[in-house]
Design a protein around this ligand. Structure first.
Ligand SMILES: NC(=O)c1ccc[n+]([C@@H]2O[C@H](COP(=O)([O-])OP(=O)(O)OC[C@H]3O[C@@H](n4cnc5c(N)ncnc54)[C@H](O)[C@@H]3O)[C@@H](O)[C@H]2O)c1
Length: 325
Protein backbone atom coordinates (compact mmCIF):
# COMPACT_ATOMS: atom_id res chain seq x y z
CA UNK A 1 0.00 0.00 0.00
CA UNK A 2 1.21 3.52 -0.82
CA UNK A 3 2.84 5.53 1.95
CA UNK A 4 0.25 7.85 3.49
CA UNK A 5 0.00 10.62 6.05
CA UNK A 6 -2.07 9.16 8.90
CA UNK A 7 -3.46 11.11 11.86
CA UNK A 8 -3.66 9.08 15.07
CA UNK A 9 -5.80 10.79 17.70
CA UNK A 10 -4.92 9.49 21.16
CA UNK A 11 -1.60 8.39 19.65
CA UNK A 12 0.32 8.85 22.91
CA UNK A 13 -1.92 6.36 24.69
CA UNK A 14 -1.74 2.61 25.07
CA UNK A 15 -3.27 1.37 21.81
CA UNK A 16 -2.37 4.61 20.01
CA UNK A 17 1.37 4.40 20.60
CA UNK A 18 1.49 0.79 19.35
CA UNK A 19 -0.48 1.91 16.29
CA UNK A 20 2.03 4.71 15.67
CA UNK A 21 4.92 2.22 15.91
CA UNK A 22 3.29 -0.03 13.33
CA UNK A 23 2.47 2.79 10.89
CA UNK A 24 6.00 4.20 11.06
CA UNK A 25 7.48 0.71 10.64
CA UNK A 26 5.31 0.32 7.53
CA UNK A 27 6.75 3.52 6.03
CA UNK A 28 3.89 5.96 6.67
CA UNK A 29 4.06 9.55 7.93
CA UNK A 30 2.21 10.01 11.19
CA UNK A 31 0.73 12.90 13.13
CA UNK A 32 -0.24 12.25 16.74
CA UNK A 33 -2.89 14.44 18.32
CA UNK A 34 -3.19 13.88 22.06
CA UNK A 35 -4.05 16.10 25.02
CA UNK A 36 -1.84 13.96 27.30
CA UNK A 37 -4.65 13.68 29.84
CA UNK A 38 -3.90 9.97 29.93
CA UNK A 39 -1.21 9.19 27.35
CA UNK A 40 2.48 10.05 27.64
CA UNK A 41 5.40 11.07 25.42
CA UNK A 42 7.28 8.18 27.07
CA UNK A 43 5.11 5.80 25.01
CA UNK A 44 6.58 7.38 21.86
CA UNK A 45 10.09 7.80 23.27
CA UNK A 46 11.85 5.66 20.67
CA UNK A 47 10.20 7.62 17.82
CA UNK A 48 10.38 11.25 18.93
CA UNK A 49 12.55 13.32 16.60
CA UNK A 50 11.89 11.21 13.50
CA UNK A 51 11.14 13.43 10.47
CA UNK A 52 8.08 11.28 9.63
CA UNK A 53 6.44 11.95 13.01
CA UNK A 54 4.69 15.09 14.26
CA UNK A 55 3.34 15.13 17.82
CA UNK A 56 0.74 17.76 18.70
CA UNK A 57 -0.66 18.51 22.16
CA UNK A 58 -4.30 19.40 21.53
CA UNK A 59 -7.93 18.60 22.22
CA UNK A 60 -9.78 16.40 19.72
CA UNK A 61 -13.07 17.98 20.78
CA UNK A 62 -12.07 21.40 19.37
CA UNK A 63 -12.06 22.25 15.63
CA UNK A 64 -9.08 20.38 14.19
CA UNK A 65 -8.00 22.43 11.16
CA UNK A 66 -6.05 25.09 13.11
CA UNK A 67 -4.48 22.45 15.36
CA UNK A 68 -3.34 20.30 12.43
CA UNK A 69 -2.18 23.06 10.05
CA UNK A 70 1.51 22.81 11.01
CA UNK A 71 1.53 19.02 10.61
CA UNK A 72 -0.09 19.31 7.17
CA UNK A 73 2.49 21.91 6.13
CA UNK A 74 5.26 19.52 7.15
CA UNK A 75 3.96 16.06 6.15
CA UNK A 76 1.33 16.88 3.49
CA UNK A 77 -2.47 16.47 3.55
CA UNK A 78 -3.88 13.97 6.02
CA UNK A 79 -5.20 11.01 4.03
CA UNK A 80 -6.38 8.68 6.78
CA UNK A 81 -7.36 8.95 10.45
CA UNK A 82 -7.20 6.42 13.27
CA UNK A 83 -9.48 7.97 15.89
CA UNK A 84 -8.65 6.61 19.34
CA UNK A 85 -8.70 9.72 21.57
CA UNK A 86 -11.36 9.33 24.21
CA UNK A 87 -12.37 9.58 27.82
CA UNK A 88 -11.94 5.84 28.38
CA UNK A 89 -13.48 5.19 31.79
CA UNK A 90 -16.99 3.75 32.03
CA UNK A 91 -17.12 4.75 35.72
CA UNK A 92 -16.15 8.35 34.96
CA UNK A 93 -18.77 8.52 32.21
CA UNK A 94 -21.43 8.00 34.90
CA UNK A 95 -19.81 10.65 37.12
CA UNK A 96 -19.46 13.24 34.33
CA UNK A 97 -21.71 12.27 31.41
CA UNK A 98 -21.59 15.70 29.75
CA UNK A 99 -17.80 15.73 29.73
CA UNK A 100 -17.91 12.24 28.21
CA UNK A 101 -20.36 13.47 25.55
CA UNK A 102 -18.09 16.41 24.65
CA UNK A 103 -14.98 14.27 24.08
CA UNK A 104 -16.41 10.91 23.02
CA UNK A 105 -19.20 12.01 20.68
CA UNK A 106 -18.05 15.60 20.05
CA UNK A 107 -14.47 14.50 19.33
CA UNK A 108 -15.71 12.01 16.74
CA UNK A 109 -17.76 14.74 15.05
CA UNK A 110 -14.70 17.00 14.93
CA UNK A 111 -12.72 14.20 13.25
CA UNK A 112 -15.52 13.57 10.74
CA UNK A 113 -15.95 17.26 9.96
CA UNK A 114 -12.22 17.56 9.36
CA UNK A 115 -12.39 14.47 7.11
CA UNK A 116 -15.28 15.92 5.07
CA UNK A 117 -13.73 19.36 4.68
CA UNK A 118 -10.19 18.17 3.87
CA UNK A 119 -10.78 15.13 1.65
CA UNK A 120 -9.62 12.49 4.15
CA UNK A 121 -10.21 9.11 2.53
CA UNK A 122 -10.78 6.84 5.51
CA UNK A 123 -11.48 6.94 9.25
CA UNK A 124 -11.06 3.95 11.57
CA UNK A 125 -12.67 4.50 14.97
CA UNK A 126 -12.17 2.84 18.37
CA UNK A 127 -15.66 1.84 19.41
CA UNK A 128 -16.22 -0.66 22.18
CA UNK A 129 -18.02 -3.85 23.17
CA UNK A 130 -19.73 -1.50 25.68
CA UNK A 131 -22.26 -0.66 22.93
CA UNK A 132 -23.82 -4.12 23.43
CA UNK A 133 -24.62 -3.68 27.12
CA UNK A 134 -25.06 -6.98 28.92
CA UNK A 135 -25.76 -9.23 25.93
CA UNK A 136 -27.52 -12.42 27.00
CA UNK A 137 -26.50 -14.50 23.98
CA UNK A 138 -22.89 -15.39 23.19
CA UNK A 139 -20.90 -14.89 21.06
CA UNK A 140 -21.86 -11.25 20.68
CA UNK A 141 -22.62 -10.45 17.04
CA UNK A 142 -22.55 -7.08 15.35
CA UNK A 143 -26.19 -7.41 14.27
CA UNK A 144 -27.46 -7.62 17.88
CA UNK A 145 -29.55 -4.61 18.87
CA UNK A 146 -27.15 -2.37 20.81
CA UNK A 147 -28.20 -1.62 24.41
CA UNK A 148 -25.37 0.32 26.09
CA UNK A 149 -25.61 0.58 29.89
CA UNK A 150 -23.28 3.57 30.36
CA UNK A 151 -22.92 7.07 28.91
CA UNK A 152 -19.55 5.83 27.59
CA UNK A 153 -21.32 3.09 25.60
CA UNK A 154 -24.04 5.47 24.41
CA UNK A 155 -21.42 7.92 23.10
CA UNK A 156 -19.46 5.16 21.36
CA UNK A 157 -22.70 4.07 19.67
CA UNK A 158 -23.54 7.65 18.68
CA UNK A 159 -20.05 7.94 17.17
CA UNK A 160 -20.58 4.77 15.14
CA UNK A 161 -23.79 6.24 13.75
CA UNK A 162 -22.07 9.50 12.85
CA UNK A 163 -19.51 7.41 10.94
CA UNK A 164 -22.31 5.64 9.04
CA UNK A 165 -23.89 8.98 8.21
CA UNK A 166 -20.62 10.54 6.99
CA UNK A 167 -20.01 7.49 4.77
CA UNK A 168 -23.51 7.56 3.30
CA UNK A 169 -23.76 11.30 2.81
CA UNK A 170 -20.17 12.48 2.33
CA UNK A 171 -18.48 9.36 0.93
CA UNK A 172 -15.78 9.03 3.62
CA UNK A 173 -14.71 5.39 4.11
CA UNK A 174 -15.41 4.69 7.79
CA UNK A 175 -14.97 1.65 10.03
CA UNK A 176 -16.07 1.49 13.67
CA UNK A 177 -14.12 -1.24 15.45
CA UNK A 178 -15.77 -2.64 18.57
CA UNK A 179 -12.76 -3.47 20.73
CA UNK A 180 -13.29 -6.09 23.41
CA UNK A 181 -10.86 -6.07 26.38
CA UNK A 182 -7.47 -4.95 25.12
CA UNK A 183 -4.30 -5.61 27.13
CA UNK A 184 -0.55 -5.53 26.72
CA UNK A 185 2.59 -3.46 27.32
CA UNK A 186 2.13 0.29 28.03
CA UNK A 187 -1.37 -0.06 29.41
CA UNK A 188 -1.29 2.42 32.26
CA UNK A 189 -1.99 0.84 35.65
CA UNK A 190 -1.78 4.28 37.30
CA UNK A 191 -5.51 4.98 37.04
CA UNK A 192 -8.11 3.13 39.14
CA UNK A 193 -10.16 2.86 35.93
CA UNK A 194 -7.45 1.14 33.90
CA UNK A 195 -7.78 -2.28 32.24
CA UNK A 196 -8.05 -5.17 34.65
CA UNK A 197 -4.83 -6.86 33.51
CA UNK A 198 -2.58 -3.84 33.99
CA UNK A 199 -4.08 -3.26 37.44
CA UNK A 200 -3.54 -6.92 38.33
CA UNK A 201 0.08 -6.88 37.12
CA UNK A 202 0.87 -3.70 39.04
CA UNK A 203 -0.48 -5.29 42.22
CA UNK A 204 1.13 -8.67 41.55
CA UNK A 205 4.62 -7.19 41.00
CA UNK A 206 4.20 -5.29 44.29
CA UNK A 207 3.09 -8.54 46.01
CA UNK A 208 -0.10 -6.67 47.00
CA UNK A 209 -3.57 -8.30 47.07
CA UNK A 210 -5.43 -8.54 43.75
CA UNK A 211 -9.04 -7.40 44.17
CA UNK A 212 -11.50 -9.18 41.90
CA UNK A 213 -14.90 -7.48 41.37
CA UNK A 214 -17.70 -9.77 42.58
CA UNK A 215 -17.05 -13.52 42.56
CA UNK A 216 -14.78 -13.37 39.51
CA UNK A 217 -16.98 -15.63 37.38
CA UNK A 218 -17.60 -12.77 34.90
CA UNK A 219 -15.88 -13.46 31.59
CA UNK A 220 -13.98 -11.30 29.13
CA UNK A 221 -12.69 -11.69 25.58
CA UNK A 222 -9.12 -10.49 26.12
CA UNK A 223 -7.42 -9.32 22.94
CA UNK A 224 -3.70 -8.55 22.84
CA UNK A 225 -2.67 -5.09 21.65
CA UNK A 226 -0.67 -6.23 18.59
CA UNK A 227 -3.80 -7.98 17.31
CA UNK A 228 -5.83 -4.79 17.82
CA UNK A 229 -3.22 -2.78 15.90
CA UNK A 230 -3.45 -5.31 13.08
CA UNK A 231 -7.25 -4.79 12.87
CA UNK A 232 -6.88 -1.00 13.08
CA UNK A 233 -4.36 -0.80 10.25
CA UNK A 234 -6.47 -3.07 8.05
CA UNK A 235 -9.51 -0.84 8.72
CA UNK A 236 -7.81 2.49 8.07
CA UNK A 237 -6.45 1.36 4.70
CA UNK A 238 -9.89 0.27 3.41
CA UNK A 239 -11.50 2.61 0.93
CA UNK A 240 -14.97 1.00 0.96
CA UNK A 241 -16.00 1.20 4.64
CA UNK A 242 -19.67 2.12 5.04
CA UNK A 243 -19.63 2.52 8.81
CA UNK A 244 -20.59 -1.08 9.49
CA UNK A 245 -19.29 -2.00 12.99
CA UNK A 246 -16.75 -4.82 13.29
CA UNK A 247 -15.87 -6.71 16.48
CA UNK A 248 -12.21 -6.90 17.43
CA UNK A 249 -11.75 -9.81 19.81
CA UNK A 250 -10.36 -13.32 19.87
CA UNK A 251 -13.65 -15.25 19.92
CA UNK A 252 -12.56 -16.83 23.23
CA UNK A 253 -13.37 -15.94 26.84
CA UNK A 254 -11.68 -16.22 30.21
CA UNK A 255 -13.03 -15.57 33.73
CA UNK A 256 -11.63 -12.64 35.68
CA UNK A 257 -10.77 -15.03 38.53
CA UNK A 258 -8.68 -17.14 36.11
CA UNK A 259 -6.96 -14.00 34.81
CA UNK A 260 -6.01 -13.06 38.37
CA UNK A 261 -4.51 -16.53 38.92
CA UNK A 262 -2.58 -16.38 35.62
CA UNK A 263 -1.22 -12.91 36.37
CA UNK A 264 -0.01 -13.99 39.83
CA UNK A 265 1.69 -16.98 38.24
CA UNK A 266 3.37 -15.06 35.34
CA UNK A 267 4.52 -12.34 37.75
CA UNK A 268 5.91 -15.04 40.09
CA UNK A 269 4.08 -13.16 42.82
CA UNK A 270 3.04 -13.91 46.41
CA UNK A 271 -0.16 -11.83 46.05
CA UNK A 272 -3.41 -13.13 47.49
CA UNK A 273 -6.66 -12.77 45.52
CA UNK A 274 -9.52 -10.99 47.32
CA UNK A 275 -13.12 -10.28 46.25
CA UNK A 276 -15.01 -6.95 46.38
CA UNK A 277 -18.44 -5.75 45.26
CA UNK A 278 -19.45 -6.00 41.57
CA UNK A 279 -19.05 -2.76 39.53
CA UNK A 280 -22.01 -0.61 38.46
CA UNK A 281 -22.71 -0.88 34.74
CA UNK A 282 -20.18 -3.66 34.34
CA UNK A 283 -20.82 -6.36 31.74
CA UNK A 284 -21.16 -9.94 33.07
CA UNK A 285 -20.16 -12.07 30.08
CA UNK A 286 -18.44 -11.09 26.90
CA UNK A 287 -17.16 -12.97 23.85
CA UNK A 288 -16.86 -11.58 20.35
CA UNK A 289 -18.25 -13.14 17.20
CA UNK A 290 -15.28 -12.86 14.85
CA UNK A 291 -16.68 -13.79 11.44
CA UNK A 292 -17.31 -10.25 10.21
CA UNK A 293 -13.75 -9.19 11.04
CA UNK A 294 -12.46 -12.13 9.02
CA UNK A 295 -14.76 -11.41 6.07
CA UNK A 296 -14.37 -7.63 5.85
CA UNK A 297 -10.83 -7.11 7.15
CA UNK A 298 -9.18 -10.51 6.77
CA UNK A 299 -8.43 -10.14 10.49
CA UNK A 300 -7.98 -13.09 12.87
CA UNK A 301 -6.45 -12.57 16.33
CA UNK A 302 -3.17 -14.47 16.64
CA UNK A 303 -2.11 -14.16 20.28
CA UNK A 304 -3.50 -16.56 22.89
CA UNK A 305 -4.10 -15.26 26.42
CA UNK A 306 -1.20 -17.16 28.00
CA UNK A 307 1.26 -15.84 25.39
CA UNK A 308 -0.08 -12.29 25.68
CA UNK A 309 0.11 -12.37 29.48
CA UNK A 310 3.66 -13.70 29.33
CA UNK A 311 4.72 -10.79 27.06
CA UNK A 312 2.90 -8.30 29.27
CA UNK A 313 4.55 -9.74 32.39
CA UNK A 314 7.97 -9.37 30.74
CA UNK A 315 7.24 -5.70 29.95
CA UNK A 316 6.09 -4.97 33.53
CA UNK A 317 9.20 -6.70 34.90
CA UNK A 318 11.47 -4.60 32.64
CA UNK A 319 9.64 -1.37 33.59
CA UNK A 320 10.00 -2.24 37.24
CA UNK A 321 13.71 -2.98 36.83
CA UNK A 322 14.17 0.43 35.12
CA UNK A 323 12.32 2.22 37.92
CA UNK A 324 14.32 0.50 40.63
CA UNK A 325 17.68 1.01 38.83
N1 LIG B 1 -8.25 -0.62 26.19
C1 LIG B 1 -9.41 -1.23 25.97
O1 LIG B 1 -9.65 -2.33 26.47
C2 LIG B 1 -10.47 -0.59 25.10
C3 LIG B 1 -11.67 -1.30 24.89
C4 LIG B 1 -12.65 -0.71 24.10
C5 LIG B 1 -12.43 0.52 23.51
N2 LIG B 1 -11.26 1.18 23.74
C6 LIG B 1 -11.07 2.48 23.10
O2 LIG B 1 -9.81 2.51 22.46
C7 LIG B 1 -9.29 3.82 22.46
C8 LIG B 1 -7.87 3.85 23.00
O3 LIG B 1 -7.91 3.41 24.35
P1 LIG B 1 -6.60 3.07 25.22
O4 LIG B 1 -6.91 1.84 25.98
O5 LIG B 1 -5.40 3.12 24.36
O6 LIG B 1 -6.65 4.26 26.27
P2 LIG B 1 -5.60 5.46 26.54
O7 LIG B 1 -6.19 6.28 27.65
O8 LIG B 1 -4.23 4.93 26.72
O9 LIG B 1 -5.68 6.28 25.18
C9 LIG B 1 -6.56 7.35 24.96
C10 LIG B 1 -5.71 8.54 24.58
O10 LIG B 1 -6.59 9.64 24.25
C11 LIG B 1 -6.05 10.82 24.82
N3 LIG B 1 -7.13 11.77 24.99
C12 LIG B 1 -8.15 11.73 25.90
N4 LIG B 1 -8.95 12.80 25.74
C13 LIG B 1 -8.45 13.51 24.70
C14 LIG B 1 -8.84 14.72 24.06
N5 LIG B 1 -9.93 15.40 24.46
N6 LIG B 1 -8.10 15.18 23.03
C15 LIG B 1 -7.00 14.50 22.61
N7 LIG B 1 -6.57 13.36 23.19
C16 LIG B 1 -7.30 12.87 24.22
C17 LIG B 1 -5.40 10.37 26.12
O11 LIG B 1 -4.41 11.28 26.60
C18 LIG B 1 -4.81 9.02 25.71
O12 LIG B 1 -3.48 9.16 25.22
C19 LIG B 1 -10.28 4.67 23.25
O13 LIG B 1 -11.17 5.30 22.34
C20 LIG B 1 -11.04 3.64 24.06
O14 LIG B 1 -12.34 4.10 24.41
C21 LIG B 1 -10.27 0.66 24.53
Amino acid sequence: MAASHVLVTGGAGFIGSHTVDRLLDDGHRVTVLDDFSQGSRLNLATRLGLPELVVIAGDVAEPLAPTLAGAVARLGPIERVVHLAAQTSVTRSFEAPLADLRVNAGGTLQVLEYAREHGVRAVAFASSAAVYGDATELPVREDFVPAPLSPYGVHKLASEQYLQSWSAVHGVSTTPLRFFNVYGPRQDPGSPYSGVISLFFARAFANAPLNVDGDGSQTRDMVYVSDVVDAVTRAVFRDDGRGEPINVGTGGQVTVAELARLVVSFAKSNSVITHGPARTGSIVHSRAAVERARELLGFVAQIRVAAGLERTAAWFAAERANTLA
